[in-house]
Design a protein around this ligand. Structure first.
Ligand SMILES: Cc1cc2nc3c(=O)[nH]c(=O)nc-3n(C[C@H](O)[C@H](O)[C@H](O)COP(=O)(O)OP(=O)(O)OC[C@H]3O[C@@H](n4cnc5c(N)ncnc54)[C@H](O)[C@@H]3O)c2cc1C
Length: 292
């Protein structure tokens, strides 16, 4: 385990930083599940956990409430996400004060996706258009927060080219982001190419590999249409042959295991698991991360 509460500092130890992502629950069963999972994973001591911020700020209160619970009950280093979408500067200032009072030291700063049914992102009239503007604002008003930002090994769906998207990523780093967490990918070659291109563009911050242990063919196909993530033919063929949900989960886990082994062999700075509030994948994969 790495000690500093500023996540960017944890990468300096040279060990692979291990993190998991939660999302705030939508109902009572979801609330039981996140707490059960948090309890089951507490023995693994991830270096930090993050908790997402629902589209349009729909989960603002629950992001703070469950971030608090993860921190206070289970003693996790918690990084809440925050998006520009739907928030004025004044509202963002108030959320930042609440994050600070709650004892969070790091923020994952994002733009947010356009609401369902809309194709364009419309900024709040007194808000921010790009994540880089939000990052600059956080740095100006609360310079002590550590800040993470998103990166897209297969480019952001709205970007015309990967190189152009990386130029925009550099703006987030120049504004004060200390590390990058990637969108999920199922083919490591996208990550390795992305890291090379980032370095060539002058980005010298850690690029954390975002890994999703797939649960089913339908699930990965949904991600493909939402995030333009390539699903390798070999993974599709394997998932197509799965006779049961349990078989599919096993295939997803084995695929993620292969990805993590290769990433750790390449000494990546960190692996972030998209666990979807389920404990099984982190419990089964953590030994790979803790060995490195
Ligand atoms: C690790 C991770 C966690 C996430 N967590 C959440 C979450 O909790 N809640 C949520 O709602 N969404 C979340 N998202 C999704 C994210 O909000 C969307 O992908 C969103 O569409 C882009 O957010 P961003 O912060 O990358 O935006 P930006 O960095 O602002 O980029 C958005 C687009 O604008 C372009 N761009 C950026 N700056 C400029 C500029 N100056 N001029 C022209 N073009 C520019 C970029 O190339 C890109 O195409 C997450 C994504 C990732 C990868």
């Amino acid at each position: 385990m790495h000690d500093s509460s500023n996540i960017a500092e944890k990468f300096k130890s040279g060990q692979t930083v291990f993190s998991v992502e939660f999302f705030p629950p939508k109902n009572e069963e979801g609330a039981r599940q996140i707490l059960r999972t948090a309890k089951r994973l507490s023995g693994l001591r991830p270096d930090y956990v993050s908790i997402t911020y629902g589209a349009g700020g729909s989960t603002r209160e629950r992001t703070i409430e469950y971030g608090d619970l993860l921190k206070d009950i289970f003693d996790y280093e918690v990084m809440p996400h925050l998006t520009c979408l739907g928030n004025s500067r004044e509202e963002i200032l108030s959320i930042l004060s609440r994050f600070e009072s709650a004892g969070f030291s790091n923020i994952m700063a994002l733009r947010g996706d356009p609401p369902k049914g809309e194709t364009c992102f419309t900024p709040h009239p007194d808000g921010f258009k790009y994540a880089s503007e939000l990052i600059a604002f956080i740095k100006d008003k609360h310079p002590n927060f550590g800040i993470g930002c998103a990166g897209y090994p297969e480019k952001h769906p709205e970007a015309a080219t990967l190189d152009g998207d990386i130029e925009n990523l550099k703006k987030k780093i120049d504004a004060g982001a200390g590390f990058i967490v990637t969108q999920m990918f199922f083919d490591n070659s996208h990550y390795f190419r992305f890291v090379e291109k980032c370095a060539a563009a002058g980005i010298d911050k850690p690029v954390i590999a975002g890994i999703l242990p797939a649960l089913s063919l339908k699930q990965v196909q949904n991600f493909k249409s939402m995030c333009s993530t390539e699903i390798p033919d070999e993974l599709v063929a394997k998932l197509e042959k799965a006779a049961t949900d349990e078989d599919a989960r096993k295939i997803g886990l084995e695929w993620a295991e292969g990805q993590i082994m290769e990433l750790c062999a390449a000494n990546v700075p960190g692996v972030h698991l998209y666990i979807l509030n389920r404990a099984e994948s982190a419990l089964k994969l953590s030994h790979l991360l803790r060995k490195s």
